[in-house]
Design a protein around this ligand. Sequence first.
Ligand code: ZN
Length: 129
Amino acid sequence: MTYNTVYADIHCPFCNEKVTSGVGFRLGCLENKHYKLGDKLKWEGSLCRPETRPAGGSIQAIGYFNCDYVKCKTWSDCFPEVQAALVTVKNDVIEKVEVYKGPFSGEQFEIIKPAKGGAKKTTSKPKKK
Ligand SMILES: [Zn+2]
């Protein structure tokens, strides 16, 4: 499976250490590219996910990482555990990577939402008779 990797500082929920970890995610052009926070996501290529760039270049999806803080004494506890992270892309820029605790749909590399800026829940308007 082809995916991209973004390197970010993540607070591991298992050992409670801040680790710099590579998070595998499937957004933009999938070509095993390495990104870091603040990088612009590439959308040109033969294999893209989603197939077309979302409006505004904004999207959120699940990525996966292993805590690799070797010096931590709980390393053996958390190392084999694949953990989920939420990757936020805004205006094509990888803005944020944070630990994600769910809910999960069960779909791998699930796309959480097109992150629409300022989108709010609209309450139903009162209807006039
Ligand atoms: Zn850890």
